[in-house]
Design a protein around this ligand. Sequence first.
Ligand SMILES: *[C@@H]1O[C@H](CO)[C@@H](O)[C@H](O)[C@H]1NC(C)=O
Ligand SMILES: *[C@@H]1O[C@H](CO)[C@@H](O)[C@H](O)[C@H]1NC(C)=O
Ligand SMILES: *[C@@H]1O[C@H](CO)[C@@H](O)[C@H](O)[C@H]1NC(C)=O
Ligand SMILES: *[C@@H]1O[C@H](CO)[C@@H](O)[C@H](O)[C@H]1NC(C)=O
Ligand SMILES: *[C@@H]1O[C@H](CO)[C@@H](O)[C@H](O)[C@H]1NC(C)=O
Ligand SMILES: *[C@@H]1O[C@H](CO)[C@@H](O)[C@H](O)[C@H]1NC(C)=O
Ligand SMILES: *[C@@H]1O[C@H](CO)[C@@H](O)[C@H](O)[C@H]1NC(C)=O
Ligand SMILES: *[C@@H]1O[C@H](CO)[C@@H](O)[C@H](O)[C@H]1NC(C)=O
Ligand SMILES: CC(=O)N[C@H]1CO[C@H](CO)[C@@H](O)[C@@H]1O
Length: 687
Amino acid sequence: MSSTPLSTYSPAWSSQQLSIGKQENEYARASASAPPPPKSSKKRIGLIATLVLVAVIIILLAVFLPVYLVVVRKHKSSTGAATGSGGGGGASNPGSPTGAVTGGNGSIITLSNGTDFTYINPFGGFWSQDPADPYNQNAQPNSWTPPLNTSWTWGTDRIYGVNLGGLFVLEPFITPAIFQRYPTAVDEFTLSQAMAADTANGGLNQLEAHYDTFITEEDIAQIAGAGLNFLRIPIAFWAIETWQGEPYLAKTSWTYFLRILGWARKYGLRVCLDLHAVPGSQNGYNHSGRIPTVNFMAGNMGLANAERTLYYIRVLTEFISQPEYRDLIPVFGIVNEALVSVIGMDQITSFYLQAHTMIRNITGTGEGHGPYIAIHDAFQPLSTWTNFLEGSDRIIMDEHPYFSFGGLQLDPIGVISSQSGIPGGKWPLTACNSWGASTNNSRKNFGVTIGGEFAASPNDCGLYLLGVNITSKNPFCPEYDAWESFNGTMKAGIQNFVMATFDALGDWFFWTWKIAPSQAGRVETPLWSYQLGLEQGWIPKDPRTAVGMCASLNATLSDFSGTFSPWQTGTPSSIPASSSAAFPWPPATFSVAEVPVSLMPTYTNTAAIITMPPATFTAAPSTLTSAANGWLNTLDTAGGVTAVAGCVYPDEYVATFAVIPTAPCTGPTPATLVAAVTSMPDVVSSA
Ligand SMILES: *[C@@H]1O[C@H](CO)[C@@H](O)[C@H](O)[C@H]1NC(C)=O
Ligand SMILES: *[C@@H]1O[C@H](CO)[C@@H](O)[C@H](O)[C@H]1NC(C)=O
Ligand SMILES: *[C@@H]1O[C@H](CO)[C@@H](O)[C@H](O)[C@H]1NC(C)=O
Ligand SMILES: *[C@@H]1O[C@H](CO)[C@@H](O)[C@H](O)[C@H]1NC(C)=O
Ligand SMILES: *[C@@H]1O[C@H](CO)[C@@H](O)[C@H](O)[C@H]1NC(C)=O
Ligand SMILES: *[C@@H]1O[C@H](CO)[C@@H](O)[C@H](O)[C@H]1NC(C)=O
Ligand SMILES: *[C@@H]1O[C@H](CO)[C@@H](O)[C@H](O)[C@H]1NC(C)=O
Ligand SMILES: *[C@@H]1O[C@H](CO)[C@@H](O)[C@H](O)[C@H]1NC(C)=O
Ligand SMILES: CC(=O)N[C@H]1CO[C@H](CO)[C@@H](O)[C@@H]1O
């Protein structure tokens, strides 16, 4: 397993940026140019056969029938007839020049702007897209991953995935040129303000152009063709709504999220939905919306921001648990990287318990009833989480192991290790020993465990990796930046590190699929791009080749049997009082808050509920599509979260009181009602 030979990535892969165009319904628009129905060659051949060769056919039927069927089916699919199941036999697909509704390696895909590309999938995957049956789940990304319509077996089926980082939640290092254009921007909050002021160039709607072009259908096809089977898709709360004072582009990313879901379905990729940015910021990082303070579950606004977050988790759960989406999105990461070192372990446990209760109220418990709930390990050792909410229904532990953020890392990766004799220096073995046994132990002690993020870099080099204008102190960064001239040892070393990490984690999502060029016109954080690594040869073309890497390095192992306890994968059970009683909602105290919980601001459930719209498909029978209305559980009728009229709230992100409260604000009295309405956070409507 040591040094997998490196080879140049096929030129067919050179990434062509595809502008799909703002789509309402690409099926509908494209169907205007759909090819005409095929000539019935089958009938003609059949007639000739009947007239001329009837005797021969009868005698040799057993010999010729299979050949006949194969030839005719092939001919049909190349001249425009629908093939595959579920198409009702007549529908043609504008997404294919032949009208085919499914295809494998070498098939041609027509984009909605008319441009074609070839689907390259050497792993037996095939796409499936039938405008007449838009929710079909037949596609399969590769031969070893069950198609979407077939259940996923945790512990046996393994996640090989990538994140679509920087797409719906922007980060300076992923799209540096966008931040370079706006020198005051350090996070999406300040970026949105600066963009909005730049009306000459399109204002805030420039973000929509980014959603439209950064990740295209061809990217999703490439991901499936790379032996991968899962996407982790970060989204922000402003995909749902924004409140007054929030500068983010509201609701728009949802449309593009739905488009990605359509492509994921088409190519057979499952999805982990990742709520990456919540009100108030859960970690103070630039990718939470706003730096630098944690105001979710901490500080004066900690409870109010958490109530709002629970509401958004509810809205998303109602959407993704619908039968049309739940096999496609089997995992929901409810809050990315909540910073427990600030928030506190007991407080975050109360939040997770409350979210779990709410989600399972909506979905019911047990296999098939809505998504697994992924929670981040909070950068704590995985062993911290042993026995966490035991009896909970399908919870996943999500670790994000990086060496990059653990201080200066000076050890080289572009050298042969004296220990193992393979390129990579100390890094491959270090990855295995740091993350391998502990991840398997978490599978034994906690349950399903995934590596939701990690990268190919052992250090913090790269443009804006640490934030806008923050530069690594590592003196070797020029060597890591110069990817166009990496030597073979460097590439092989990085690849060995990547493969060791794949094997250590077992179920993984690389961070991230793509890094956009900087204003200098080149990728300046190369080791964070899966796509670039595939092209350049430091990411393995077949991720399965990583299996066994840690054993081959004589790393410390801990075998996981491959079988989870029944309650971990969906045999309904419940959280016993012994596990839950200590974690009331809300928790008894909040860190950093200046007042006791009883005096902290809260919201109320009196707003109109927000229902996220599903995709629309005009070429499909309405009986097929009307069932999806965005809301699974009709018994879930509580209102949406909003401010209590008459209460004054500190800023969501700054959270200092104008006047420290001495009594709880319980809402309107006739005297204050009229004045108070003006200070309510309004829902910004972008519809
Ligand atoms: C379709 O989009 C691709 C990628 O942006 C572009 O190269 C191509 O020219 C477009 N085709 C048409 C017909 O506009
Ligand atoms: C996949 O299709 C491409 C393009 O048609 C072809 O060159 C390649 O040999 C095929 N690969 C496999 C494994 O069939
Ligand atoms: C599932 O998809 C496969 C193709 O991958 C198809 O052959 C099969 O009929 C589908 N099964 C169901 C139950 O829809
Ligand atoms: C980053 O550095 C550039 C170049 O020096 C400067 O123009 C810009 O204002 C800086 N941005 C921030 C947010 O510090
Ligand atoms: C869950 O449902 C129960 C009633 O079935 C209700 O008492 C409880 O408040 C709900 N909890 C949440 C968090 O929605
Ligand atoms: C390959 O590149 C790395 C990183 O620059 C360097 O440390 C190493 O000495 C080079 N190896 C060879 C054989 O040139
Ligand atoms: C692993 O251990 C075996 C037996 O002790 C040894 O032969 C082999 O060289 C070691 N491999 C590595 C990569 O350390
Ligand atoms: C984890 O367990 C699997 C068996 O499920 C085993 O193949 C693998 O080597 C183990 N990994 C480590 C690092 O112990
Ligand atoms: C200032 C800040 O929050 N910087 C963070 C931006 O995001 C990157 C990538 O996750 C982090 O490394 C920085 O610390």
